[in-house]
Design a protein around this ligand. Structure first.
Ligand code: HEM
Ligand code: HEM
Length: 184
C-alpha cells in the first residue's frame, strides 16, 4: 500500500473533502443532540430527525473514507516527528475510524428497536435492523459513551494539529487544509 497518497506528500482533494465534511457533520450532530436535550418536545423531535439523517450520512461517508484510505494510503508524518507522537497519531486515527463508523451504527441499532419510521431527510425510508429490544437498549448506552469519547478525542486531535503548526512549524496542518498552498 502506498503511504504517500497518490505519490505526493499531502492528502488528495477527495481525502480532504471527506475529512472536513465528516468532521463538520459529527460536530454538528453532537451540538444538535445537546441542544435537543434542553429544547421543547417538538423542537427536539425536529432536531433529532435531522440528527439521524446526518448520522446515517456520516456512516456512509466514513465507509467511503476508510475504503479510500485503504486504497490510497496516507502521507507519512515529517521525519522529525518523535516516535511516541507518531504512535499516538496512528492510534488516534484508528480510534476515529472505529468511532466514525461505530457511533452512527450504534444509533441505527438503537432506533431500530423503536416504532418510529427512520427516513433520510424525509426523502426515503432507511430499513430498520433486525435487533432485539435488549440489543437496542445496549446500543443506546454505547451510542452516548462513544459519541462523547469522539468529542474528547477531537480535543486531543486538534491540540496535536495545532502543536504541529505553531510549535513544530511543519506542514501537517496545512496539508489537510482545502485552500492551503501545498509545499510539495
Ligand atoms: C455522526 C454520528 C452521530 C453522533 C456524533 C451522535 C451523537 C449523539 C450524542 C452526543 C447524543 C446525546 C447523548 C445524550 O445526551 O444522551 C446522541 C443522542 C441520540 N442519537 Fe446520535 N449521534 C450520531 C448518529 C446517530 C444516528 C445514525 C442515529 C439514528 C439513526 C442517532 C440517534 C440518536 C438518538 C435517538 C439519540 C437520543 C438518545 C436518547 O435520548 O436516549 N444518532 N447522539
Ligand atoms: C470530528 C472531527 C474530526 C474527525 C473525526 C477527524 C478525523 C481524522 C482522521 C481519521 C484523520 C486521519 C487521516 C484520514 O484518514 O483522514 C485526520 C487527520 C487530520 N485531521 Fe482530523 N478529524 C476531525 C477534526 C479535525 C479538526 C477540527 C482539525 C483541525 C485542527 C483536524 C486536523 C487534522 C489534520 C491536520 C490531519 C492530518 C494529520 C496527519 O497528516 O497525520 N481534524 N483527522
Amino acid at each position: 500500500m502506498s503511504r504517500t497518497e497518490n505519490g505526493r506528500s499531502g492528502y488528495s482533494r477527495v481525502a480532504i473533502a471527506l475529512h472536513w465534511t465528516i468532521a463538520l457533520l459529527i460536530l454538528g450532530n453532537v451540538a444538535g443532540a445537546l441542544i435537543a436535550d434542553s429544547a421543547d418536545r417538538a423542537t427536539a423531535g425536529a432536531i433529532m430527525a435531522v440528527h439521524k439523517s446526518i448520522g446515517i450520512t456520516v456512516l456512509v461517508l466514513s465507509l467511503v473514507r476508510l475504503a479510500w484510505r485503504l486504497a490510497h494510503g496516507f502521507p507519512p508524518l515529517p521525519a522529525h516527528t518523535p516516535r511516541w507522537e507518531a504512535v499516538a497519531a496512528r492510534a488516534n486515527h484508528i480510534a476515529f475510524y472505529v468511532l466514525m463508523i461505530g457511533v452512527p451504527l450504534a444509533g441505527w441499532i438503537m432506533v431500530s428497536g423503536g416504532d418510529r419510521p427512520l427516513t433520510w431527510f424525509g426523502l426515503f425510508d432507511i430499513p430498520k435492523l433486525p435487533v432485539s429490544a435488549g440489543t437496542a437498549k445496549a446500543a443506546n448506552g454505547a451510542h452516548e459513551v462513544l459519541a462523547f469519547t469522539t468529542a474528547g478525542l477531537v480535543v486531543l486531535h486538534v491540540a496535536g494539529a495545532l502543536k504541529h503548526h505553531l510549535v513544530d512549524r511543519d506542514e501537517v496542518l496545512s496539508r489537510m487544509l482545502p485552500l492551503a498552498r501545498r509545499r510539495s
